[in-house]
Write a protein that binds this ligand. Structure first.
Ligand SMILES: [Zn+2]
Ligand SMILES: [Zn+2]
Length: 441
């Protein structure tokens, strides 16, 4: 078999160069001509569906693939080299580009059942052959052919920074005292939590936002409670957080927790009769609140608000925001699967990574909003976890931005969002989303 194939390759080589030159000169060459000059090679089942032929690693990547079969000596094959290099760079993480020298390894040519070199075979992410081309082919034509076959290599990236809003459509003119330090939401006076700091009181919309803040403090937390007051749900008066009794309930539809504080435990018990839930002291409440943490930045979060992240090996964690969810790949160094919801429509978005690159995005049109704010020194920084999100497409993102006139930032591809996280150093990951490191406050 090998001896025969070697002869075939030599003949094929000569035939293809001539064939491709002929095509160039006449400008209307037919593939039939090429085939006629090349001897027939048995077509194997592998050539029709490569799922079995590719290695375990390739299958795990689940990327569309371009396989180029050629040799280092044939002229059109050499012309393919810069094309393949550019494809590798431009579509990293979205297209697997493979080159095989059929002269060095004749069995590859037989495996794919090619007739001439160079031959390019287009596979989708499942390993199904979509198309094959014989002779030299330009990069643009490869991308266009993939698209024609239903594989949009430019998904996400093609939408790269085409939309941004750097000046808010409306200035946030709410009184400063009415804005939650953590989430920027409106403060309900019945659930206000206040933390005394050197720079004055920090006001939070709820015990939950207090625990988010608590979970991302870098300072020594010994005796921290002494600085904190919460609000009696009934009377609206301040009460030391360590003295309060808390009614902890869950929304019947969403399962999302809610927390009310009471100066008098009896009032909490009375409210429980009407509202349900459990009466808890501070410590068991803290345990509940701190039991779910962001797998990237360690912030306390409710799973109902968070993106679910499944880490290679099956461990489940959360991303307190969409970008943090991708950051789990950077922090753990493992492949992840992110299940997030469109911030506008709640439609599902699933992102899978392999080796720090995105290998699958559903839907492929999904994009990210990178919420940013200008710091007093003019530099742009992240606007914080509450101002980020994924969307199933750019239209949804734009609608959400329109509905959120105070938000500033830009549309980025989910590829870009992951790349931004992957380039962080361990020290930067340690600092991520910590108080004073993230939102410019
Ligand atoms: Zn808040
Ligand atoms: Zn986070």
């Amino acid at each position: 078999m090998n001896a025969i194939w070697k002869v075939v390759v030599v003949v094929v080589l000569t035939g293809s160069v001539v064939a491709v030159m002929a095509l160039k000169q006449s400008g209307k060459g037919k593939k039939g001509q090429v085939a006629a000059e090349a001897p027939t090679v048995p077509v194997t089942a592998v050539a029709q569906d490569d799922a079995q032929g590719s290695s375990a690693t390739e299958r795990k990547q689940a990327l569309p693939r371009l396989v180029d079969l050629g040799s280092n000596t044939c002229i059109p094959c050499k012309m393919m080299v810069p094309v393949l290099d550019e494809l590798k760079k431009e579509y990293a993480g979205r297209l697997s580009v493979e080159f095989y020298d059929v002269r060095e390894d004749p069995s590859v040519g037989a495996k794919y059942g090619i007739r001439v070199i160079p031959t390019q075979i287009f596979f989708d992410a499942s390993g199904k052959e979509l198309f094959r081309h014989e002779g030299f082919i330009a990069k643009e034509d490869i991308v266009a052919k993939f698209k024609e076959c239903g594989v949009d290599l430019a998904a996400g990236a093609s939408l790269a920074p085409t939309f941004k809003r750097l000046v808010p459509a409306r200035v946030d003119d709410r009184p400063k005292d009415s804005i939650c330090y953590m989430c920027d939401g409106n403060i309900d006076p019945k659930t206000l939590v206040t933390v005394a700091t050197d720079k004055g009181p920090v006001r939070l919309c709820s015990p939950h936002c207090y625990f988010i803040m608590y979970s991302c403090l870098t300072e020594d937390k010994t005796g921290f409670e002494k600085k904190v007051t919460t609000t009696d749900w009934t009377a609206g008066t301040a009460v030391a957080i360590s003295e309060a009794a808390f009614l902890y309930g869950q929304d019947e539809t969403t399962g999302r927790p809610w927390v009310r504080a009471f100066a008098d435990r009896d009032d909490a018990v009375a409210d429980r009769a009407a509202s349900g839930g459990n009466v808890l002291a501070l410590e068991p409440l803290r345990q509940k609140e701190m039991s779910h943490r962001c797998g990237f930045c360690d912030r306390a979060c409710y799973p109902q608000d968070a993106a679910e992240v499944i880490v290679e090996g099956g461990v489940r964690t959360w991303g307190c925001c969409s970008h943090c969810a991708l950051g789990v790949a950077a922090r753990t160094g493992k492949d992840i699967e992110v299940h997030e919801k469109d911030r506008l429509t709640k439609q599902a978005i699933v992102v899978k990574t392999f080796g720090g690159k995105i290998t699958s995005l559903e839907p492929s049109t999904a994009v990210a909003w990178f919420g940013q704010r200008q710091k007093p020194d003019g530099a742009w920084g992240s606007a914080g976890c509450f101002h980020q999100g994924f969307f199933t497409n750019a239209e949804n993102l734009k609608k959400w931005v329109q509905q959120s006139p105070c938000e500033t930032g830009r549309l980025i591809s989910i590829n870009q969002a992951l790349a931004d996280k992957m380039k962080l150093s361990p020290e930067q990951i340690q600092k991520a989303c910590k108080i004073g490191e993230c939102a410019p406050k």
